[in-house]
Design a protein around this ligand. Structure first.
Ligand code: HEM
Length: 477
């Protein structure tokens, strides 16, 4: 099947989902000169990410990446083939930043950052406009700085809002790889490059972000030679003997992958909650009950050491409606809607021959809206994750997990390429969302009605809400 690249450029996730409705869940599509395989159902996703994981876990380096990211792309984890370098980087991420052990050790830092976010919002003038995505992005950025550099946001030589814009430019450029004319007609890359060539071209954007922490790395290198090994993630990377460029590319990718996805998820979740006041009020009640219960338990234990109104990670396992709202947000608005894989070897996929070298895309946005799996797929119904009613085989039940084992809901992917940040996201997304809802009353800006809240998305490697969610806040008594 041939397809118009222009139509795909703007919103590939929905254009491809539309094609799947007509032509089925496994399509071979000619984009420009190349064939690409598109999977749009839970069954085809399972076949790609589980049955043929080994053969189909490569990445395509598009001509526009090669052109714009010369000197960077060869150090990438996200765009690396699953080779020794990739395994080593993933191992370091797991053991030193994102694995279970680190999750336990860092709980107090995550809670501290979220308390800072809440206090920052409390200090703002009530009635002023809050850009929810920006607030969450800066919270995640601040957490990143603490975990990686042991400093706050002020340690970076760039403001949170400038960084958010540049991270988005990077995500937008990377997400559109394979959907640009230049990626399919090689001479066009030389003629036009792979995208914009102004101040916001991706090479300059990456350099700007890297410059924001370069000084920290230089200073740390000289300090290390005097004092030996330190304790944060930067120290670990320096101790492993990585060069500046290797460290910079690694950090840039973790920063982009970790901040934008989380901020986007919470912005979508808040947008849905604002549009569905019943779900919002149910969440408010649940939070009040759970916080009150813990408060009583603390009083019984005569533990007055903690501020009882603050949401703690220990509350999270008791917040079932909160998790249902997050699951439903992941289903409708997966922050990374397309998984960009590549056939490292030829294989037989559900009876079809997939030749080596073909790009393979899993459309998780389409899977989340598949009417064969989800009843009323376009409606925000968190209760579908609380109910055990599965009579018609349509309603999912509370056993659906997004840990990569159930292919109806795979916002983090599955298999060897699965997101290594899932453990962190599982903690911070509910913690931040619960803190925003429990700490404040939220309402639309003056003159806006619920139906005016647009749920349009802008496509990049993440799918962000466009326009951003702007709300007015009031501190709860
Ligand atoms: C709501 C939060 C998040 C979502 C929904 C998400 C989702 C994803 C998805 C779908 C992939 C691609 C999987 C594939 O290609 O098959 C991915 C990859 C990745 N994610 Fe996440 N992610 C999130 C948060 C994070 C965080 C917090 C970090 C780190 C701090 C992170 C780091 C990465 C990295 C490094 C990769 C590349 C893995 C590889 O190519 O081997 N992510 N993520």
């Amino acid at each position: 099947m041939a397809c118009n690249l222009r139509a795909l450029m703007h919103a590939p996730h929905s254009t491809l989902a539309h094609l799947a409705q007509t032509h089925g869940p496994l399509i071979s599509l000619r984009l420009g000169q190349h064939q690409t395989i598109i999977a749009s159902s839970s069954t085809t996703a399972e076949s790609i990410l589980k049955t043929h994981d080994r053969d189909l876990s490569g990445r395509v380096i598009h001509p526009s990446y090669q052109y714009h990211l010369r000197g960077f792309i060869e150090h990438s984890l996200v765009w690396s083939q699953p080779n020794d370098q990739w395994r080593k980087l993933r191992r370091i991420l797991h053991s030193e930043l994102l694995g279970q052990r680190m999750m336990k050790a860092q709980a107090w830092i995550r809670e501290k950052k979220v308390v800072e976010m809440v206090n920052g919002l409390k200090e703002r003038k009530e009635g002023g406009v809050v850009d929810v995505g920006q607030v969450v992005f800066e919270t995640m950025l601040s957490l990143f700085c603490e975990l990686v550099f042991s400093c706050g946001l002020d340690g970076l030589e760039m403001s949170g809002s400038e960084l958010k814009k540049d991270v988005w430019r990077f995500m937008e450029f990377m997400g559109k790889g394979g959907f640009r004319m230049q990626d399919h007609v090689p001479f066009l890359v030389k003629l036009f490059g792979g995208g914009k060539r102004d101040n916001n071209s991706v090479g300059l954007v990456m350099n700007r972000v890297i410059r924001s922490w370069e000084g920290i790395i230089t200073r740390r290198r000289s300090m290390r030679s005097e004092s030996g090994r330190g304790s944060d993630f930067l120290d670990i990377l320096l101790g492993c003997g990585y060069s500046d460029i290797e460290i910079n590319v690694f950090l840039l990718e973790i920063l982009a992958a970790g901040t934008d996805t989380t901020a986007t998820t919470i912005e979508w979740a808040m947008s849905e909650l604002i549009k569905h006041p019943k779900s919002m009020s149910k969440l408010n009640q649940e939070l009040q009950q759970v916080v009150l219960l813990h408060q009583e338990q603390q009083e019984q234990n005569q533990d007055c050491s903690k501020d009882v109104q603050i949401i703690r990670e220990s509350h999270l396992p008791h917040l079932h409606h909160l998790h249902a709202c997050i699951n439903e947000t992941f289903r409708l608005h997966p922050p990374a809607p397309l998984l960009p894989h590549y056939a490292l070897n030829s294989c037989q996929l559900m009876g079809y021959e997939i030749p080596k070298g073909y790009p393979v895309i899993v459309n998780i946005w389409a899977i989340g809206r598949d009417p064969e799996v989800w009843k009323n797929p376009l409606e925000f119904l968190p209760e579908r994750f609380c109910s055990n009613e599965d009579k018609e085989g349509y309603w999912c039940n509370n056993k659906v997990e997004y840990n990569g084992s159930d292919f109806r809901l795979i916002p983090f992917g599955s298999g060897r390429r699965m997101c290594p940040g899932i453990g962190l996201a599982e903690k911070v997304v509910p913690l931040i969302l619960a803190s925003l809802v429990h700490g404040f009353e939220w309402r639309l800006t003056d003159g806006m009605e619920l139906e005016d809240v647009q749920m349009n998305a802008k496509f990049g490697l993440t799918m962000k809400k466009d326009p951003p969610l702007l709300l007015l806040h009031k501190v709860k008594n």
